[in-house]
Ligand binder design. Structure first.
Ligand code: GLA
Length: 380
């Protein structure tokens, strides 16, 4: 990736004051559990949105994106949604809008951004951008704001400004990730615990199926509504409140499709809670089984997989040394996440990619990922 300082200097003809790094994330456990106020296990990764920034005194925000190859300008006292070619800037604009609306004193800025997270692939490029923008605001304006609050502002921006009804997992993992650790998040209380991701024995490998997916207009909102319907019938605030025993006793009350969705969420929550202890014991074989069970349930009961993801998962799991393969993020295309024994990594990656290309005609990519720090900044 090109140096972000250089990009900034070329565009603004001055040196930046701050450098911001905001990671993407992988999710290991908890598929579609976050908006059911359930549990997830996720980690920030070493693919990120970077920004270089300096304050301006005129209330103007000039934002240059290297990935888009364009700039967008707005005023902090009147932040509106951008249209057409500038729509990409809404992920940035929304964060500033809601920070200001929630009482934070945020001035103008020169900002250059640059990133290496593939977009629309399940690695949370959008949450990473939102946290980058929140961290720019924090650095430039010396804001007294916690990482949790920036995560909530990021999600609010995505939900209310961009208009995508995601849960809190992505923003939370991008904000609070810790190097060499996964984050076990209670999506109701936003309490979290760290679970070490010891990479001496295994590696986390992401395969990009090269099948684009879109969250807006996808089945995501339908799934949310089906879960809400299930919770309403069972008389609870969210599906997080249903344990497997209660589900088995009362599943007859649910219409067929809703029953399948609820079954996935209830058992996936249960698996996610169990996975933390398994990870702490460094029992990667057992951990891989839980990941695989989560994927299979997401495919069969939650129905968020697709032929390309299935091809990648099936090919991956057939290789010796591959302990797991599951869809990343919302599903419907994008990436898979695998845990692979360290010594097998170099051998299996080319085999998996070749077999996938032969089967689908698509050109996959792979990224070996390390668990990294959440969004942070340094003064230059
Ligand atoms: C997307 C959303 C998350 C979460 C996952 C599914 O990544 O942004 O909030 O719902 O899908 O687990």
């Amino acid at each position: 990736m090109k140096e972000t300082t250089e990009i900034y200097e070329n565009f603004f003809k001055e040196k930046p004051k701050y450098r911001i790094v905001s990671p993407g994330r992988i999710d290991l456990m908890g598929i579609h559990t976050d908006y059911n106020e359930g549990f997830v296990l996720a980690a920030a990764i070493d693919r990120a949105t970077e920004a270089c920034a300096s304050p301006r005194s005129d209330g103007k925000v000039i934002l240059y994106s290297e990935n888009i190859g364009a700039a967008s300008v707005f005023l902090t006292d009147n932040i509106e949604k951008a249209e057409k070619d500038s729509r990409w800037s809404n992920y940035f604009r929304g964060v500033y809008k809601f920070l200001i609306e929630e009482g934070y004193e945020v001035g103008g800025a020169n900002i250059a951004v640059n990133g290496n997270i593939p977009t629309g692939s399940g690695l949370s490029s959008s949450a990473s951008i939102e946290l980058a923008m929140g961290t720019v605001a924090k650095a430039l304006n010396n804001l007294d704001v916690t990482a949790e609050k920036l995560a909530l502002i990021g999600r609010r921006s995505e939900n209310e400004f961009v208009g995508v009804q995601t849960g809190i997992m992505d923003q939370f993992a991008c904000a609070l990730g810790k190097k060499d650790n996964a984050l076990f998040i209670d999506c109701r209380t936003l309490g979290y615990e760290l679970a070490p991701l010891d990479m001496n024995e295994v590696k986390i490998v992401v395969f990009n199926t090269a099948k684009q997916r879109g969250l807006v207009g996808s089945e995501y909102d339908t799934r949310r509504k089906q879960c809400e319907e299930g919770a309403a019938i069972l008389g609870v605030k969210a599906l997080r409140d249903i344990d497997p025993e209660t589900f088995e006793r009362r599943k007859g009350e649910l219409p067929e499709v809703v029953r399948k969705r609820v079954e996935h969420v209830v058992y996936e929550n249960d698996r996610t809670v169990r996975s933390v202890e398994v990870l702490r014991k460094r029992d990667f074989a057992e951990f891989g089984k839980l990941m695989n069970a989560g994927h299979d349930s997401a495919r069969d009961l939650y129905e968020v997989s697709c032929p390309e993801l299935e091809a990648m998962v099936e090919i991956s799991r057939a290789q010796e040394g591959v302990l797991s393969a599951r869809l990343a993020g919302a599903g419907f295309g994008g990436c898979t996440v695998s845990i692979i024994e360290k010594d097998a990594v170099d051998k299996v990656i080319p085999v998996i990619k070749k077999a996938y290309r032969e089967r689908t005609g698509l050109k996959p990519e792979s990224y070996i990922c390390n668990a990294s720090e959440g969004a942070h900044f340094t003064e230059i």
